[in-house]
Design a protein around this ligand. Structure first.
Ligand SMILES: [Zn+2]
Ligand SMILES: [Zn+2]
Ligand SMILES: [Zn+2]
Length: 89
């Protein structure tokens, strides 16, 4: 996957690690639900979005500094860079 029009260096080389889960494992462990799922492209971590109670995708970024996530929702193809706060389709 190459993005010639990437708005930041992280999105130029976002990585392509496959998601390690199809649920937010941290929410499952807590017994909580989520709204949408996001996948880290550096390590495959799956976490819940900022509309969810626990915001595990954003927490994963703060814990690891892995910059780029993608949506795991059907029909959504965007990527998002937490460092630069920019996204691409
Ligand atoms: Zn970036
Ligand atoms: Zn979660
Ligand atoms: Zn990660």
């Amino acid at each position: 996957m190459s993005h010639v029009d990437a708005p930041c260096p992280h999105l130029e080389h976002p990585g392509n690690t496959s998601p390690t889960s199809r649920v937010c494992d941290e929410c499952v462990a807590l017994g909580d639900g989520w709204v949408h799922l996001r996948a880290c492209l550096a390590c495959g971590h799956v976490g819940c979005c900022d509309s969810s109670k626990n915001k595990h995708a954003t927490r994963h970024f703060h814990a690891t500094r892995h910059p780029v996530i993608r949506s795991l929702e059907a029909g959504e193809r965007w990527l998002w860079c937490y460092v630069d706060e920019v996204g691409i389709e």
